[in-house]
Design a protein around this ligand. Structure first.
Ligand code: HEM
Length: 418
């Protein structure tokens, strides 16, 4: 037990099996409860394991900056995954280090700027197909963000049938990961287990999609596809599928929450439509309240010291942007959507705000995602006024990424300019 987690607080925490049930029922509330204790490294007993929820700035700095040498990704995010284990998201050093170096240029801010015109064109074409009136924005945003990755990162096109199958397979794969990371039993991938069947069906479709994308590389100017030329077929597929999936699911959620919050805050919506600073502040604020990656995990490979505490090798560590972004000591009135805080208050302290992670394994697609979100929100607001169809706040659904439960039902009103 950490020294700063006093005995009185310890008594308030439920037992290991209670924690497991609470984690399965409502992980956001459960982690927030532990995060609100004053411990910067809070042990949580779950079944027969102890997980450590880290919220302290110093501890987070240590974890994010030491990652590749002494930590690997946590349970369920295993590099043994036969589909994307060798992709950038799940692989470990030394393979990860080489891969990151090779694809870095394709996602660098200067390269992302060059992709802007293609992004704008794709976004406009997709928005042309949205009808005014009542609709659920979420599936439309998933479609839009997948179209942007294909056109702007891979610089190719896919038949609409293949594209729809790819989106469906990505959703199934994410569902598979979600259930696998939560499960305490993880059969080998070849085992005749119903969940594995779902995995292999999705894998088959995604491998085909990756091959179709790569086959077009000679007609595409894609720096990303060119960077994969020397890889084996399996490694190339792993990288393409990683970027297809990591590149659209998270961004769709970020867009969904930003538009949801702007629909519910008409004044913020008006300001974001008129002023680029407000637009950026609204996006930062939505990423604070609803970080698409709400939980990251690591496993220690060697004993690690945090002040006077030692975590043995094999310990599991959790970092949760959801928890850290909502701590009172990090943000005043943390539950309130207030873009203004990004305009008239100092920038957040290091490691109190990390929607894109931090350190060596931070999101390589941050510039790409930020440009895409900005361009999309700007264009949506320039076409329509957004009005929510329900006054009940949208509930988060913490899957592999933080989805809006029940989607984002809104009315799109073609507006007369303010
Ligand atoms: C709003 C959108 C996005 C959010 C919130 C987000 C968030 C994150 C976070 C938190 C991580 C670190 C995970 C960890 O430390 O365990 C990560 C890693 C990663 N992201 Fe993103 N991401 C977004 C968009 C994108 C896009 C557009 C791409 C690609 C085009 C992308 C590709 C990746 C990859 C490949 C990694 C693994 C990096 C590595 O381990 O070296 N992401 N992302």
């Amino acid at each position: 037990m950490p020294e700063n987690l006093g005995p009185r607080r310890r008594k308030l925490l439920p037992g290991a099996w209670g924690n497991m049930l609470a984690f399965h029922r409502d992980p956001l509330s459960m982690l927030s409860r532990f995060g609100a204790t004053e411990a910067s490294l809070c042990p949580i007993a779950i079944a027969r394991w102890t997980l450590y929820l880290v919220t302290g700035q110093d501890e987070l700095a240590t974890i994010f900056t030491h990652h590749v040498r002494v930590l690997e990704k946590g349970p369920g995010m295993d590099g043994d995954n036969p589909l994307i284990g060798r992709g950038l998201l799940l692989s470990e050093t030394p393979w990860w280090e080489t891969s990151r170096r090779e694809v870095k240029g394709a996602l660098a801010p200067r390269q992302v700027k060059l992709q802007r015109a293609t992004m704008e064109d794709t976004i406009d074409k997709v928005l042309d197909g949205w009808p005014a009136g009542d609709l659920d924005l979420f599936p439309k945003l998933v479609w839009l963000t997948a179209a942007v990755v294909v056109s702007s990162l891979f610089e190719v096109s896919l038949e609409s049938e293949t594209f729809a199958a790819m989106i469906d397979a990505s959703r199934k794969l994410m569902e598979f990961f979600y259930r696998r990371t939560r499960s305490f039993i993880r059969p080998a991938y070849w085992a005749p287990w119903p969940l594995n069947r779902q995995f292999h069906e999705a894998a088959h479709i995604l491998n085909d999609t990756a091959d179709q994308l790569y086959a077009q590389k000679d007609i595409a100017a894609s720096e990303f596809l060119q960077s994969l030329q020397h890889l084996s077929v399996g490694d190339r597929r792993a990288q393409i599928i990683t970027f297809l999936i990591a590149g659209h699911e998270t961004t769709a959620n970020a867009l969904a929450w930003t538009l949801d919050q702007l629909a519910r805050n008409p004044e913020a919506q008006r300001m974001a439509r008129q002023d680029a600073t407000w637009l950026d502040a609204s996006i930062d604020e939505a990423l604070r309240l609803y970080p698409p990656i709400w939980l990251m995990s690591r496993k220690t490979l060697v004993p690690m010291h945090f002040g006077s505490q030692e975590l043995p090798a094999g310990s599991f560590i959790l970092m949760s942007p959801w928890v850290s972004h909502r701590l009172k000591q990090n943000f005043a009135d943390p539950e309130i959507f207030s873009p203004q805080r990004w305009i008239d208050q100092p920038a957040p302290k290091p490691y109190t705000y990390f929607p894109f992670g931090a350190g060596q394994r931070s999101c390589i697609g941050e510039s790409f995602a930020r440009q895409e979100i900005r361009l999309t929100v700007q264009r949506v607001l320039s076409r329509w006024n957004l009005v929510p169809l329900s006054t009940i706040p949208t509930k988060p659904d913490p899957r592999m990424s933080l989805r809006p439960l029940g989607g984002i039902p809104v009315r799109l009103l073609t507006h007369s300019r303010d």
